[in-house]
Design a protein around this ligand. Structure first.
Ligand code: FE2
Length: 213
């Protein structure tokens, strides 16, 4: 048996896609192609902050839990320095974006936010492509299923179920969702269904009533 990387892959996909969607939304708001009343502006700012928390948590768990597992299991086969440097570069940008999101919620000006979110989306695209290319084969080859489950549990523990679970359904392809359902059991879909409606409502407020969910 080898580690199941599907959950990580979907998390990565969701982080990249949501950041890109928010960057595009902020650009449209900055250019006046979309408008946000105070309630929508607050919802956008809140979604950005929550997403950033998730990105920070994911990278912290990689640094603190996955990296030690990789160093122990794969040793010289893996060089994590570039990926760690990326994590260190991402953190101040996340902090900056949180401040810009708060400023947007009170002033309605999305110009700075749009620029930073685009930068974040570009950085995440590059980082995650590289991380999956470099690490996924190594994880499959060297990491035990028990160690991998420990990593996933740590990631889940500090996560935000209200956001993480419905985004699995949002971003997994139908065959992937079927595979996850088989792996995680019926509880997964039950949990997802608990958060589905609230998630969709918040997403429509953020991205508009015709948002693709
Ligand atoms: Fe990473």
């Amino acid at each position: 048996m080898t580690p199941e990387l599907l959950g990580f892959q979907i998390t990565h996909r969701a982080m990249r896609a949501d950041t890109r969607r928010l960057a595009e939304l902020a650009a449209q708001l900055a250019e006046g192609r979309q408008v946000a009343d105070p309630a929508r502006a607050r919802a956008i700012a809140e979604f950005i902050t929550t997403l950033n928390q998730g990105i920070h948590h994911h990278h912290t768990m990689e640094d603190e839990v996955l990296w030690p597992v990789l160093e122990r299991s794969a040793g010289a086969e893996v060089d994590l320095r570039d990926l760690s440097d990326d994590h260190a570069d991402l953190d101040p940008l996340l902090t900056e974006i949180n401040a810009q999101a708060a400023a947007f919620a009170s002033t309605g000006d999305a110009a700075a936010l749009a620029k930073s979110l685009t930068r974040l989306a570009d950085m995440l695209d590059e980082h995650i492509v590289e991380e999956e290319r470099l690490l996924f084969p190594i994880i499959k080859k060297y990491v035990s299923v028990a160690d991998w489950e420990r990593v996933e549990t740590a990631v889940r523990k500090g996560g935000n179920v209200k956001l993480d679970l419905p985004r699995i359904e949002q971003y997994a392809k139908p065959d992937e969702l079927a595979r996850l359902r088989k792996l995680a059991g019926p509880m997964l879909m039950l949990m997802i269904s608990l958060f589905r409606r609230g998630h969709r409502r918040r997403q429509r407020l953020v991205f508009g009533p015709l948002a693709d969910l």
